[in-house]
Design a binder for this molecule. Sequence first.
Ligand SMILES: C[S@@+](CC[C@H](N)C(=O)[O-])C[C@H]1O[C@@H](n2cnc3c(N)ncnc32)[C@H](O)[C@@H]1O
Length: 312
Amino acid sequence: MLQTRSKEFDAQAISHHYDLSNEFYKTFLCENMVYTCAYYRKPDGGLSQAQRDKMDLVCRKLRLSPGEDYLDIGCGWGSLAIWAAKHCGVNATAFTLSRAQAEYGQDWARREGVEDRCRIHHMDYRDFPRDRTFSKISAIGIIEHVGIANYSMFFASVRERLRDGGLFLNHGITANKFWKHTSQTDFLLKHVFPNIELDNITHMMDVMERQGWEILDVESLRLHYARTCRHWLERLEENAERIRRLVGERKYRVYRVWLASSSASFYSGSLGLYQVLMQKHQVSRCFDPPLTREDVYREFLRPDGVRRGIGA
Ligand SMILES: C[S@@+](CC[C@H](N)C(=O)[O-])C[C@H]1O[C@@H](n2cnc3c(N)ncnc32)[C@H](O)[C@@H]1O
């Protein structure tokens, strides 16, 4: 199972899943088009607000500020890059291996009026130019597709593209035991994500440190993902007729089984979800992160002058 894979294999695997139908994804993900774990500040909160709160949380952990060069790796339909350009005033660059996602994101950035500050590309992370560097980088939900054998190369390549003292946030699903064949993983690989591979957080952080990262902060969002999958499942079932028309009965059933089993796996703890905030070692002392986490949860002033607390 632990094999490096070709770019061609990954391109096909990603297209198989993400190029299915933008309308289908919008129906169950909601209008934010965020395809990763949400952040529920209120236990009974809804999906849309929780996805906005998640994007806000990531921007705050990265301490994004106006004018900074920010890169989002594996950007989906561009939601976080557009959010960061709009609400934090950064110059965002983002890319995805799915053509349908990249085209959707480019059009969405135009509709939001941020196309000059948010550029979305269709690209493999291995092809991203080495001479482009950024102050802040995020990778939200791509590590599952990278493959364990490629972790060292992935974390080293992110580091190369980050400036001295810059921050990197990795957000990804983990398996609490070593990844092995079960009927559940066989179903997942055959019908849902042909190139997914999960690792435990201990090994992942070991690779990060060996690649020279300093780990600043680690947060588990496991129960948030159990709830997110349940909300996606509810939306899928509420819109069953429309979804059958968009992608057919077979896909509808596959996604239903997959979302229900994923929610149960996050509840039980056999799957995990961690955000790991890292810093590239500073040769010159250019950015000292705050001593506490308090600023992450504090109200602040948006570039447009509006005062905003987390999630507002
Ligand atoms: C689960 S989605 C997460 C999308 C987005 N970050 C979000 O939070 O909604 C995983 C993303 O990783 C991208 N991806 C997977 N493998 C990739 C690769 N080799 N190069 C670039 N992007 C990749 C997919 O195209 C997809 O956009």
